[in-house]
Design a protein around this ligand. Sequence first.
Ligand code: DGL
Length: 272
Amino acid sequence: MPNEQPIGIFDSGFGGLTVARAVIDLLPSEDVVYFGDTARYPYGPRPLDEVRDFAIQITNYLVDEHNVKLLIVGCNTAAAAALEDLEKMVDVPIIGVIAPGAQSAIDVSETKSIGVIGTVGTINSGAYVRAFNELSPQEIELQPLACPGFVEFVEKGESSGEQLLVLAERLLAPIVSAKVDTLLLGCTHYPYLARAIAQVVGNDVVLVSSADETAFAAAACLKDMDLLATKEKTGKRLFISSGDVSWFAEVGQRLFGPELASAQPHEWNPSP
Ligand code: DGL
């Protein structure tokens, strides 16, 4: 029964949980398998080729071992590195976070002066510049900015505090000067830092996360393909981590909720 197969979502760590939250809230009857590649986070500073290899390995794992019917790349860096390769590689539909996020920002912005922040890998790949150009050529004044160091705070379980604020003030200065009216959080970890980011850029800048729009895209895709779960039930959720699973469960419960208590380990073979 393909309709009852799970949706797969992956990220380098906790970030994709922001997408998983939106998917579960929108599609409560769906089973979801979430994979956090915490053994190899952060992806942001790594060469894109290496991130692409990781994304291919995780996609094969979720398709072959968990039989997912739809795969959501809940990581901007992995989507920037590999989305097109993954689409060619497997038969299941694949959704990334970049185009849905860009579309949300365009919808929300009044002045069309938009900032996008992400990892070094995502921003340097030019994936957001391409996505905005495809969706709305000419109209947008885009300020892309890499924010190295933000992801590490989330993975340490810290989403507030003086050190984070000092880093945010230093990194986000170009966004403040650019006077954007909308700031797209182009890394799925960043919604966990939204309070600190808002404190620096000011409350009149609208922060946009790609999570909701990605969930809507997933729902539309399943509907179009006639793959929505048919049984009225609360879906089963499985959370898997390739790193220290007790840490994943502890921080994950704080960020996401009690379901993370039963997170499962996965160990990669020494040479992928
Ligand atoms: N959450 C990820 C992203 O959206 C990955 C961050 C990282 O591992 O550096 O880019």
